[in-house]
Design a binder for this molecule. Structure first.
Ligand code: FAD
Ligand code: EPU
Length: 339
């Protein structure tokens, strides 16, 4: 097998630094790409060598449960380009390997509105559309105009409009019809140059002060997150481990009469339940199974301080799912991607 020297491929690579849960896992091959030419070359090499491909950004929404017998491509495509600008809006193309929070900070410093509620979400720009990242009443789909990617099979460049991405709560075409079939190379955004703050999330409105500004909302989001969510650099984790489940109005009514404190939100289709509340009330907060724990401040977050395996992490998740199904008749869906 010919391994192109330009790819600087590492064999039997340690992936501990490439996933924020810190789980031990090794890749048969690993390459870091900082140009689309190198990315194309890496995909071609994988095709010729019949190797499976796993693309990783920061690995903050990924659980590695085994060694990866293929090629891991670490995306480091960089660059931010202005595509168009008017008095009211700016359109940008941001390369997939840019750090998400740094992009948000840059937008806030430039007085561009639209991504401030999504400050401090870990990960890279290229992963943001995959699960349509969201927080504090905002979702990235609200500011994405298009997603550019390479098709992993044909190696052709494609651009999908916002509509075609089929964005939904923590979901998109990239987790369904195009699951593991693309490498996102850039995301196009349309941000507002005129003040439009999104303060629909009560805790954010309280924290952002009497006369909220772009900077005060950004600071408030950072403060709230720092209080509630563990920094993966200090306590390994992958953020919320489960999605907030959707139940019918009837199911919701039954639960509400049995559990009056139930935290839920009406949606067009039924009710979304706060999975953190369900798990917390079921007594899981700060519980540990085989060294993997439920976070003390946020029961939706599984932490891995003792650096146990991905299988150990999934065993705790399965025990929580079983318990939540038994108590509330609710099936919790795992949020991160499992490999
Ligand atoms: P990775 O984990 O590297 O990848 C995630 C998935 O996308 C994998 O399937 C991977 O193969 C694929 N992928 C990555 N890059 C590409 C690419 N360029 N092309 C094709 N496929 C790709 N999420 C939220 O929505 N809201 C939150 O508030 C939030 N808070 C978090 C807090 C903490 C402390 C942590 C650890 C995570 C949190 N997350 C949150 C989850 C996570 O930050 C996001 O999902 C983020 O977008 C993942 O980025 P990443 O680069 O780390 O992705
Ligand atoms: N709650 C508890 N106990 C807990 C955790 C939460 O009672 O241990 C209650 C809270 O008191 C609150 C409700 O549950 O009434 C919701 O909690 P929170 O506002 O912290 O939000 P969440 O629903 O737990 C979601 C996202 C987060 C996002 C926050 C802020 C999902 C799966 N998670 O969490 O996203 O940052 O809202 O908008 O939708 C992620 O996806 O990784 C993530 C961290």
């Amino acid at each position: 097998m010919h391994i192109p020297a330009e790819l600087a491929i590492q064999a039997d690579a340690d992936l501990k630094e490439y996933n924020t849960l810190g789980v031990p896992s090794r890749a048969r091959y690993l390459t870091t790409v900082d140009s689309t030419a190198l990315l194309t070359q890496a995909l071609r090499f994988a095709q010729e060598a019949k190797l499976a491909v796993l693309v990783l950004g920061q690995g903050s929404n990924t659980v590695l449960t085994r060694d990866f017998d293929g090629l891991v491509i670490h995306n480091q495509l960089r660059g931010v380009e202005v595509l168009a600008e008017t008095a009211s809006h700016i359109e940008l193309r941001v390369a997939a390997g840019e750090n998400w929070h740094q992009f948000v900070t840059r937008a806030v410093n430039q007085q561009w509105f639209g991504v401030e509620n999504l400050a401090l979400i870990p990960g890279l720009v290229g992963a943001a559309p995959i699960q349509n990242i969201g927080a504090y009443g905002a979702e990235v789909k609200d500011v994405i105009t298009a997603v550019e990617y390479l098709d992993r099979t044909t190696l052709a460049t494609q651009t999908l409009s916002n509509d075609a991405c089929q964005f939904a709560y923590r979901d998109s075409i990239f987790k369904n019809a195009l699951c593991d079939a693309t490498v996102i190379t850039a995301v196009q955004f349309r941000l507002n140059k005129r003040a439009t703050l999104n303060l629909g999330y009560p805790a954010l409105a309280d924290e952002a002060g009497e006369q909220p500004s772009l900077a005060s909302v950004y600071d408030a989001v950072c403060r709230i997150r720092t209080q509630k969510l563990p920094d993966p650099a200090e306590i390994p984790n992958a953020g919320s481990f489960f999605k907030n489940p959707l139940v019918t109005a009837e199911h919701h009514q039954r639960l509400k009469s049995q559990f009056p404190g139930l935290v839920s939100f009406a949606t067009g289709e039924g009710y979304k339940l706060a999975a953190g509340w369900l798990i917390d009330q079921a007594g899981w907060k700060d519980k540990e199974v085989a060294g993997v724990r439920v976070h003390q401040q946020q029961a939706l977050v599984v932490i891995n301080p003792a650096i146990r395996s991905g299988a150990d992490v999934m065993a705790l998740a399965a025990a929580i799912q079983q318990d939540i199904a038994r108590i509330y008749n609710v099936q919790l869906e795992v949020e991160p991607r499992i490999y």
